[in-house]
Design a protein around this ligand. Structure first.
Ligand code: SAH
Length: 295
């Protein structure tokens, strides 16, 4: 990675006010600003951290963009999931190299790119061809052609079924994720993980109700991630005045299998119950893992 910039590469330019500009370096290309332009040739051959000057004296710090930089600026059709939720989703779904994920819908591919970055193999169903093409081009554009060998997207309705079997994860961002739960039950391997991203709490509640009814799931929980930036400048150290107050709820559960054992099993304590108990000194981790806890 620590090599000089070359044509065809994507770079991030930051101006003195930390405004960000993404561009792809082209032969003969120019980055035009309100204060002259920077020829791409001035960037090529230099390393990250370069301070490039425009023809009328503005300076720009040049870096390679991170996935976070790309996701918030990339071309999009559908609304994307933001970094605040992307990383927690990967943690909840325990994404890692070689993990087989079913994803639907794929939208603009922000979540796909993140899971691919973490090493996943993805089968994605998306009902809109324009979004599917957009997601594929975003993946290719940021992660390179090679990543497409782990990204198999199809123009399909996830509510109608999932053809794949023995999946490790089912990760959903579509309006009615509860319609996919019964399909997840025939496609996930035992111990597999389900995650649904839903903007509305009524959607999350419906997902929880459907998971609870089927009795094939363990440890269902719903959470939201709050992200508050801080302003730190000299003695002025305080939370930012503005924050994104809400994006979505994340609901997750593990698949135990639709079989007699699952239906007969004592329900394990909900994660909230476990958290209520953790401050007690006399509760050990072993106790927490016992299904009889709280009796
Ligand atoms: N997670 C994506 C955004 C997804 S937006 C990202 O990070 O970029 C929701 C997507 O679900 C839309 O693209 C929509 O077309 C798709 N969708 C809605 N219903 C669907 C269904 N039944 N099957 C598959 N895709 C569906």
């Amino acid at each position: 990675m620590n090599k000089p910039f070359d044509y065809g590469e994507r770079v991030l330019l930051l101006d003195s006010k930390q405004r960000r500009y993404l561009l792809v370096l082209k032969e003969g290309g120019e980055f035009h600003s309100h204060n002259g332009f920077v020829p791409h040739a001035d960037i090529v051959g230099n390393h990250e951290g370069l301070i490039a000057r425009s023809t009328r004296g503005s300076s720009y710090t040049v870096l390679r963009p991170t996935l976070e930089d790309f996701v918030v600026q990339m071309p999009r059709g559908a609304q994307v999931i933001y970094p605040k939720d992307l990383a927690p989703i990967c943690m909840l779904a325990d994404i890692g190299p070689g993990v087989r994920v079913f994803e639907s819908g794929v939208g603009s591919g922000a979540l796909s790119m993140t899971m691919l970055r973490w090493g996943a193999e993805i089968v994605g169903y998306e009902i809109r061809e324009d979004f599917l093409n957009r997601a594929t081009s975003n993946v290719r554009s940021f992660l390179g052609e090679d990543a497409l060998s782990r990204y198999h997207v199809q123009l399909r309705d996830a509510y109608e079924g999932i053809d794949e079997t023995d999946l490790d994860r089912v990760v959903l961002d579509l309006p009615e994720p509860w319609n996919v739960i019964r399909h997840a039950e025939t496609s996930l391997r035992l111990g597999g993980i389900f995650v649904a991203y839903t903007p509305s709490i009524t959607q999350a509640a419906k997902v929880r109700e459907t998971l609870a009814e089927s009795r094939a799931w363990n440890g269902a929980r719903t959470l939201e991630v709050l992200h508050r930036g801080w302003h730190i400048e000299g003695q002025a150290v305080r939370p930012d005045h503005r924050m994104v107050a809400h994006t979505a709820f994340l609901t997750t559960a593990r698949f135990l299998g639709v079989h007699e054992h699952a239906a007969m099993a004592e329900p394990l304590p909900e994660v909230d119950d476990l958290e209520d108990l953790t401050p007690q000194d006399d509760v050990t981790l072993d106790d927490l893992e016992r299904p009889t806890l709280g009796e």
